[in-house]
Design a binder for this molecule. Structure first.
Ligand code: HPA
Length: 275
């Protein structure tokens, strides 16, 4: 499936019909158990994915499946409550589809959050990590297929997928709130099975601090179309093979709930500090 530029425009037009002259500036993709921030949007207009042409449904647990437009921490935002994952059966193009639509609607910044396994042996479950860079070398790119030059170049530079100036904002926000913030590399695995202990040792050797099944495709698409990107990971569990017990989805959801307060305070403070 390859989408045409006209299809992206059609999706944007359908949303525009719902939000009128409101122009979102910051797109937010909120991961597992973290979608609650969308409920704090003021003057909110919610548009279910099912009512937007060419949008796919989000089937993962804890994902509502709607876009929420409005004001959050003084910023005009478009919050994705629920994202699409490759493991749900979607192509990477489908996974990152909404990012391009939000770009057409005016968003110039993407804030992404996710839950991931902690690979770094010096850190612990429950820690928050600022994403400094990512590794996504398996399977194809969301940019595979004919390039749509309306969005960006055929061979985009990836030296700074995560915008250095926004990383600086995050460090300052964390310091002001006295919230400890790790910094590291997020490595993408397609899932849905959690990684094996051997894969985690490989990830560590490859320079990863965290492993997860989302985010990397959307960030590639966002950077391609010129968006600035800020990413946070909740290290919801130690990655496979580090502790004796098996990994469960419940553990990931519980960690999301436990970190909810500090995570939302940090993200909101970053929004406040963005100019
Ligand atoms: N691996 C991959 N994805 C995840 C994990 C993990 O350990 N925890 C939460 N999402």
């Amino acid at each position: 499936m390859e989408f045409t530029f006209a299809q992206y425009q059609e999706s944007a037009d359908a949303i525009r019909a719902r939000i009128g002259s409101f122009t979102p500036r910051i797109a937010m993709i909120l991961g597992s158990g973290l979608g609650y921030l969308g409920d704090e949007v003021e003057d909110a207009v919610a548009v279910p994915y099912g009512e937007i042409p060419h949008f796919r449904a989000s089937t993962a647990p804890g994902h509502k499946g709607q876009l929420v437009f409005g004001t959050l921490a003084g910023q005009r935002v478009a919050v994705m409550q629920g994202r699409m994952h490759h493991y749900e059966g979607y192509s990477y193009e489908e996974v990152s589809y909404a990012v391009r639509v939000l770009r057409l609607l005016g968003c110039c910044v993407l804030v992404v959050t996710n839950a991931a396994g902690c690979v770094n042996l010096g850190w612990k479950a429950g820690d928050l990590m600022l994403i400094a860079d990512q590794v996504k070398i398996f399977m194809e790119s969301p940019l595979r297929g004919p390039n749509l030059p309306e969005f960006g170049p055929r061979f985009p530079d990836s030296s700074h997928l995560y915008t250095p100036a926004l990383q600086a904002v995050a460090r300052q926000a964390a310091q002001a709130l006295d919230i400890p913030l790790r910094e590291g590399v997020y490595m993408y695995f397609p899932g849905p099975q959690y990684e094996t202990p051997a894969e985690i040792r490989f990830a560590r050797t490859a320079g990863a601090d965290a492993v997860g099944m989302s985010t990397a495709p959307e960030v590639i698409a966002a950077a391609h179309c010129g968006m600035q990107v800020l990413g946070f990971t909740l290290l919801s569990n130690m990655a496979a093979g580090i502790l004796p017990q098996p990994l469960t989805e419940q553990e990931v959801l519980d960690a999301g709930a436990a970190a909810r307060d500090k995570f939302s305070r940090l993200v909101l403070e970053c929004l406040r500090r963005m100019d």
